[in-house]
Design a protein around this ligand. Structure first.
Ligand SMILES: Cc1cc2nc3c(=O)[nH]c(=O)nc-3n(C[C@H](O)[C@H](O)[C@H](O)COP(=O)(O)OP(=O)(O)OC[C@H]3O[C@@H](n4cnc5c(N)ncnc54)[C@H](O)[C@@H]3O)c2cc1C
Length: 430
């Protein structure tokens, strides 16, 4: 069987794979992108129907292409996927869809890797794993599967009509959990929402979206999460034109808030008594951003409209002041549990020495210590923006630069033996 040879293989054609391909193309690095589904598959089939981008169109995009719509709208998920298809077409990205990479192994005694795919074998010098920050749905083993309720992960939720009649418990109050709970409540479902530690930035303040505030306040540049906040989710939404997530409003709308879901015994769930603390922590995070924004406006003499009403909170509902600590699933009429509890990674196909003892990728800004192996799109790969649309493009440039530099070393020949080759590549990249 013939073996296809290519310099660099990019695995995955989500936003990370497309960005990587653009930078490799610019650098003149021969490469191929293999995608087991379609371009931006997760935006098409891995998200609920009504999802819109969390950031406005002017921000959640690559530098090389604007969305063909009002820049302040929050683009529906299919529009986001279409954008990446159009982007890949723009520079004729060498993407092969419907091909799954099943294993990558170093070839003994020579540089590079042998790659097995659903459509044959390749030999490559470099592999960029762009398989996403959110790969395998994580459901904590709290409620036994036989508990008489349907349990699904947020990545399998599509719309209210998909669920059996009855109440819904949504576990997790990050961006996915709050949006799904809100949608179900508006569809007339009885919803209980389990709220853990979270940040909840204002959607907008004094006429500017929070993505703008994070930019001018330098917060997108943070290189690692603040100590102790690694497991803190962010509750933010672009739904219905973009609204600040407000747990008091969700409660007033009929959603019952409870603390962190802790255990389940005889189909009775117990929750931590941390709801008020979690809400207070989210409030503090919200107010601290308003304070920083006000200080920035004053410091720079900006003329942005005052917004004192942003600091007015409604009274705390009884579910916060007198929290439910136990819930009998059957008595409460809960027919479905949706676990909006995040994702883990799956690099079982990448059989190389690039992981720590916990199976996490080892890397510096995406460059792994295993020569020729790169990661892209991971949360905090280089900073806060790394797993988001606008941030991954810049990380991809860094990884492409590294690949190009390595190629130049390998191309080097002492003068008189073809030493001009590396220089001509450098020019092609500029
Ligand atoms: C609900 C939700 C909403 C989000 N909203 C936003 C937002 O509004 N704005 C924003 O900036 N970010 C958002 N994100 C974060 C991030 O932008 C997305 O997770 C995005 O999909 C990540 O892109 P990616 O290319 O890194 O990974 P993915 O989109 O996950 O792409 C990886 C690709 O790799 C493919 N693949 C995996 N394994 C293999 C294999 N072995 N062989 C071949 N192909 C493989 C997959 O099919 C997939 O297409 C959101 C995330 C979630 C979960």
């Amino acid at each position: 069987m013939s073996v296809e040879k290519i310099d660099t293989l990019v695995v995955g054609a989500g936003q990370a794979g497309v960005a990587m391909s653009e930078h490799l193309s610019r650098a003149g690095v021969p490469h191929l992108v293999l995608e087991r589904g379609r371009i931006a598959e997760r935006w098409r089939s891995g998200r609920w129907d009504s999802l819109v981008a969390n950031g406005p169109a002017w921000h959640d995009r690559f530098p090389g292409l604007e969305f063909d719509m009002n820049p302040d709208v929050f683009v529906p998920k299919e529009g986001v996927a279409d954008y990446f298809v159009a982007y890949a077409e723009k520079f004729d990205a060498p993407v092969r869809c419907g091909v799954e990479v099943t294993s990558v192994r170093r070839v003994p005694g020579q540089p590079g890797f042998r790659v097995e795919t659903s459509e044959g074998t390749l030999e490559v010098r470099n592999v960029v794993a762009a398989t996403g920050p959110f790969q395998r749905p994580a459901i904590p083993p709290i409620v036994p599967t036989a508990a008489g309720v349907l349990q699904i992960h947020s990545s399998d939720y599509r719309n209210p009509g998909q669920l059996p009649e009855g109440g819904v418990l949504v576990v997790g109050a990050g961006s996915s959990g709050v949006q799904i709970a809100d949608e179900l409540s508006r569809a007339g479902r009885q919803v209980t929402l389990s709220v853990g530690p979270h940040d909840r930035p204002p959607r907008a303040y004094r006429g500017r979206d929070f993505v703008w505030w994070l930019g001018v306040l330098g917060k997108w540049n943070a290189q690692s999460p603040a100590p102790g906040t690694e497991h803190v989710t962010i509750a933010v939404s672009g739904a219905r034109g973009g609204e600040t997530i407000d747990f008091r409003r969700l409660a007033a709308q009929g959603i019952t808030l409870v603390g962190l879901t802790q255990a389940c015994e005889n189909e009775v769930l117990s929750f931590r008594s941390d709801l008020a603390a979690n809400i207070a922590r989210g409030d503090a995070n919200y107010l601290s951003l308003l304070d920083e924004a006000d200080a920035y406006i004053a410091r720079n003499g900006l003329d942005l409209p005052e917004e004192p009403e942003a600091r007015v909170f409604a009274a705390e509902p009884s579910c916060i002041t007198d929290p439910i600590l136990q819930l009998d699933l059957a008595k409460a009429g809960i027919a479905t549990i949706i676990w909006a509890t995040g994702f883990t990674s799956d690099y079982s196909w990448l059989e190389v020495d690039a992981f720590d003892e916990n199976g996490r990728p080892k890397h510096q800004r995406g460059v792994s210590p295993e020569a020729g192996i790169y990661f892209l799109g991971l949360p905090w790969l280089s900073g806060r923006g790394s797993s988001f649309i606008w941030g991954v493009w810049h990380d991809a440039k860094h990884v492409a630069d590294h690949i190009l530099i390595q190629r130049q070393y390998l191309d080097y020949r002492p003068s008189g033996q073809g030493g001009e080759k590396a220089d001509s590549r450098q020019e092609a990249a500029e």
